[in-house]
Ligand binder design. Structure first.
Ligand code: COA
Length: 231
């Protein structure tokens, strides 16, 4: 498993009691993690952030690594394992929480395909991406926009820069086979590979890794709660 890039996914249930779920999740997390998460005002943001950390622990354990390894927040906010035994990245949107774990730097982005304004594309995307979006049939533009957005964000997250990187300074081109071509003029020998993964019809999920085979592991909330130790 350690040569794989593992992508763990968990969904919030259709119906749940946020306060009761938060109580159950809190018991499974350490104080520094909770202190950081408590700065989030919206209950759903706290829940998704907590679930991300539990997915991380579950994934580390599956790899035979210390599932209680500390996490430190690096440059531009990217969390990393203190012991450096693996690289990981988290993303959450709507009901989904995703955690990618790999031996080398990794980035992941999930987005819920809500209605969007095309102006966003003209404002943030590379001119080649805007041109490709403009020639999509009207019915396909929505999906194509989110394929572009998630692929770009997954790359920026793998770099650890997030939105510090100018989105228009590199371009991506999603292909029908779910691979995404990447052109970054700032990099002469590109170590990263981009692809989309199937998750949920209302969402788009992109992964940026350094060539490892990928294994997607959906986890139910109940399973995750049963696996993780209460502190
Ligand atoms: C990272 C970023 C792209 C996330 O965007 P988003 O679409 O709102 O959120 P996502 O759900 O996809 O990802 C959130 C997760 O990304 C991770 N993350 C945070 N900063 C990151 C970074 N610079 N690079 C990679 N991953 C990052 C975190 O794990 C976070 O989840 P958590 O707070 O629950 O642990 C955006 O917040 C960003 O650009 N941050 C950096 C900006 C910056 O300079 N911050 C300064 C703070 S030191």
């Amino acid at each position: 498993m350690n040569n794989l890039c593992v992508v763990l996914c968990v969904a919030l249930p259709d119906e749940y009691h946020p306060a009761a779920l938060e109580r159950r999740l809190r018991r499974r997390l350490d104080r520094p993690t909770l202190d950081r998460i408590d700065r989030l005002r919206q209950p759903v943001d706290r829940l998704r952030s907590m679930l991300g950390r539990l997915l991380l622990r579950h994934g580390l354990r599956l790899r035979g690594l210390d599932d209680d390894a500390g996490v430190t927040i690096g440059h531009y906010g990217k969390p990393r394992l203190v012991d450096g035994t693996a690289e990981f990245n988290l993303s959450h949107a709507g009901r989904w929480v995703v955690c990618a774990i790999s031996q080398t730097a990794v980035g992941v982005d999930v987005e819920q395909m809500r209605p969007f304004d095309l102006v966003l594309a003209w404002r943030f995307f590379h001119r080649r991406e805007c041109a490709a979006l403009a020639v999509q049939p009207a019915a396909a533009q929505h999906d194509y926009f989110f394929r572009l957005w998630t692929a770009k964000e997954a790359y920026m997250k793998a770099l650890g820069l997030g939105f510090q990187r100018d989105m228009a300074s590199f371009s991506v081109a999603p292909r029908a086979d779910l691979h995404v071509a990447l052109d970054d003029p700032q990099v002469s020998s590109q170590p990263y590979m981009l692809s989309h993964l199937e998750l949920d019809p209302g969402y788009r999920l992109a992964l940026c890794r350094q060539g490892q085979p990928v294994q997607v592991l959906p986890v139910t909330l109940d399973h995750l709660l049963s696996l993780t130790i209460i502190h």
